[in-house]
Structures are given as C-alpha cells and as structure tokens.
Design a protein around this ligand. Structure first.
Ligand SMILES: Cc1cc2nc3c(=O)[nH]c(=O)nc-3n(C[C@H](O)[C@H](O)[C@H](O)COP(=O)(O)OP(=O)(O)OC[C@H]3O[C@@H](n4cnc5c(N)ncnc54)[C@H](O)[C@@H]3O)c2cc1C
Length: 381
C-alpha cells in the first residue's frame, strides 16, 4: 500500500494551497457576509486550468488524477468552501459530457468549461423530486428535430453564472426512471421558448455559491443536444454523482482541516488558569478526537479517489467517503467552536462559518441517508 502522492499531485496541492491561503482566505469573510459570487477566485482558478483539472487534455483540461482533483477541492475549501462548490459542480458537468457525449458534443461544450469561458450547472432536483429523482415532472417531448422542455428544477448551483446546463427530463413519464434522458441546454443559443432563472436562494451557508430555481416553458432545443441514448439520463446523472461525491468528501475534509488547524493553534496560545488550554485534558482529548476523525476521513476519501483512478467501481466507496467525511466535519467544526470558547461564536473568526457551510455537504449530491441506502444496496440489503 502506497500512501505517497505522485510528484504531480504534490505540485498541484502546493500550487492550490498557495493560491487559496494567499488570496481566497482573505476574501472569504466578505464573500460570506455579503453573499458575493467569488468572481475573482474563479478567474484565478481558470487561469491555472483548475476548472478542467480532470478533463482530458484534448478537450482543454489538465488530465490530472482524481486524487489531484480531491486535493484541489480540499485546498480550496480550507479557505473558501463556496468557491469549491462552484468548481465541483462545473467539473461534474464537464465530466458527464466527456463520459457520455458524442465527439461533436465533447468538442462543442467541454473546452468552454475547462477553459473557464462558462461554468456548468447540473439540473436534477425538482420541488417534488429530491432524494427520488425518478419521480421528476420535467418533460422533454420530441417534435420533429427538436425537443420541447417544460418544467422546473430547484436548488441549481451556478444557475446564474452558467451557460451550459445539464438537464435531466422525462421523455416518457409512463416509463418512470427509464424515460429520463439527459440534455445539454446552452443558454446563449436558445432560439425559442423561455428559460427563466429565479433569484438566488437565501441560505444558511455557502453564501458565495448562488443556487436558484430554473423554469422551462416550451423551451426548444435541437435533438442533437440529447446526451447519450433515450432513457439513459438517470444513469448519466448517478454516474456523475459517483465522482461528485468524492468532491463533496474532499470539501468536507478541507473545511474540517481548517477548523482543526485553528483549534490546535488556539489551544496552544490561549491561556486560562495560568496555562495553555491545550494542557487541559478536556480540551486536548477533544482535539485528539478531531484528529482521529480527520485522518479517517482523509483515508476513505483518498481510497475512493484512488479506486476511480484505477478504473475500479467505487460507487459504494464514494458514498462511504461522502457520508463519513461530511459527518466527521460536522462534528469537528462543532468541537472547534467549543475549543475557541466565545471567539468560536464570533464572526471575527471563520469557525461559525465552517459549521454553517458544512451543513449543506450532508444534503447535496444525495443526503447522507441516501448514501446509506447506496451502501446497503451494495451489500445486497
Ligand atoms: C446548497 C445546495 C446546493 C444544491 N445544488 C444542487 C444542484 O446543483 N443540482 C441539483 O440537481 N440539486 C442540487 N441540490 C439539491 C439536493 O441534491 C437535494 O436537496 C437533495 O438531494 C435532497 O432532496 P430534498 O431537498 O428534496 O430532500 P428530500 O428528498 O425531501 O428529503 C428530506 C429528508 O428525507 C430523507 N429521506 C428521503 N428519502 C429517504 C429514504 N429513502 N430513506 C431515508 N431517508 C430518506 C432525506 O435524507 C432527508 O433527510 C442542492 C441542495 C443544496 C442544499
């Protein structure tokens, strides 16, 4: 078993670490407090080719490993979790097109994402179809050489800043999940019908990542925009989530690492009763527990990333990593607030933001109950 990162992975990690710590960290408080979309962070990541890190070189990406991708998201999240969500969803859309698109679709869309000309949006959830996407109501009706889309999607990350939307819609509701197909909607090329983006949701965290409802009203898109075959849409979406969940685990790991580092430093510096608070077992054992959870999260996350890089089926391992790392990070960020006492509750420090931001990771890309469902099914239960 080799726990070493490759030379390339070490280099990518160091590059993103420097960018995130020197630039993103100081911007993150304002981004959170004013719900600002982190334009500058995204621009700097795009300049380094990090919006297409795991996309193949021939489509404008860096063709880095999934391990590198995990490291990138972890490093960004240590400074600004909102920025990492934007990158993770964009990458997921690029990867889905790379995995399931025909050559023309790949040439058309992926370079725009990988080179940072546009972000990507992944459109699966609806008001009455969250954990159970097969019950979606959005329809796609083939008329001549075009599809007509009608319906609504909810909670769409990047909707207000994307031109490329990967939309799952049902071609034949009688067939249930087997009627769902995937479509690429390029907003700037819409010729007929309406495509409306709602205002950003008001959320408890990840305030720099804007999330909106979107509405299709007789939206006409060419038949050639269907990704994969008829009825393959849910499979395409779920396959995307296998990699996406490694990204969410990596985000959680980054947020937890930042909370942990701050706790260790604070426990060494803050004195009460004439000594550093870290000398009290009540504090040091909390930090030891945080460290155990952090290291275990890193192991399960890297295992899933490694399996993806080896071409092994990693559906269950991605779910394990996502559920474990996000719940560990939830505990770690809560304990970090306690270690910092009143300062943990203050907006002067980012501890309270870490704990707000982490909540979404337990929900999106499948709630942690759904991850347990995936794990149980993989065990034949
Ligand atoms: C910040 C944020 C960003 C998001 N971005 C996107 C995006 O870009 N694209 C997108 O398509 N979606 C996105 N989502 C939506 C997200 O994926 C859904 O919120 C999630 O899948 C849960 O669906 P729901 O909210 O409808 O909850 P529900 O499905 O209604 O679940 C409610 C509760 O019931 C539980 N539950 C449901 N079914 C079961 C079951 N079978 N067994 C046990 N428990 C169950 C759930 O775990 C949860 O606790 C985002 C959500 C958030 C919060």
């Amino acid at each position: 078993m080799d726990f070493n990162l490759s030379e390339e992975e070490v280099l990518i990690q160091a590059t993103v670490h420097e960018l995130a710590q020197e630039k993103f960290k100081e911007r993150s408080q304002k981004i959170d407090e004013e719900s600002l979309f982190p334009e500058q962070n995204i621009k700097e990541l795009a300049e380094l080719g990090l919006l297409g890190s795991i996309i193949e070189e021939k489509y404008g990406g860096a063709e880095a490993s999934t391990m590198s991708y995990s490291l990138i998201l972890e490093e960004i999240s240590q400074a600004c979790a909102s920025t990492s969500v934007i990158v993770s969803v964009t990458t997921m859309v690029g990867l889905a097109i790379q995995r399931s698109g025909n050559e023309e679709q790949k040439q058309n869309y992926i370079p725009k994402i990988a080179e940072g000309q546009t972000l990507g949006a992944f459109c699966l959830t609806e008001p009455n179809a969250g954990s159970d996407p097969s019950s979606m109501k959005t329809t796609a009706k083939l008329e001549g050489e075009n599809y007509i889309l009608n319906g609504q999607k909810l909670w769409i990350t990047n909707a207000s800043h994307s031109d490329i939307f990967l939309v799952m819609a049902n071609e034949d509701p009688k067939l249930g999940r087997k009627g769902i197909s995937a479509f690429v909607v390029e907003k700037s090329k819409i010729k007929s019908g309406t495509f409306t983006i709602g205002p950003p949701e008001r959320k408890m965290g990840l305030n720099g990542s804007h999330t909106s409802a979107i509405f299709f009203d007789n939206l006409l898109i060419p038949e050639e925009n269907r990704l994969g075959g008829k009825g393959e849409g849910l499979g395409i979406a779920l396959k995307s989530l296998d990699t996406g969940r490694i990204g969410i685990a990596s985000q959680a790991l980054g947020i937890a690492q930042a909370a942990f580092d701050s706790s260790v430093n604070y426990a060494k510096e803050r004195e009460q009763f004439g000594q550093a608070i870290g000398k009290f077992q009540g504090v040091s054992f909390k930090i030891a527990d945080m460290k155990m959870k952090l290291d275990t999260s890193r192991l399960v996350t890297r295992k899933a990333a490694w399996m993806n890089d080896q071409g092994l089926n990693h559906t269950m391992e991605s779910s394990i990593a996502k559920a474990y790392a996000t719940e560990a990070a939830f505990d770690i960020t809560a304990q970090a607030i306690r270690v910092h006492g009143g300062m943990g509750f203050s907006k002067e420090l980012p501890l309270e933001r870490y704990h707000r931001d982490i909540q979404a990771t337990l929900i999106y890309e499948g709630t942690n109950e759904i991850q347990r469902l995936v794990i149980s099914r993989n065990l034949g239960l």
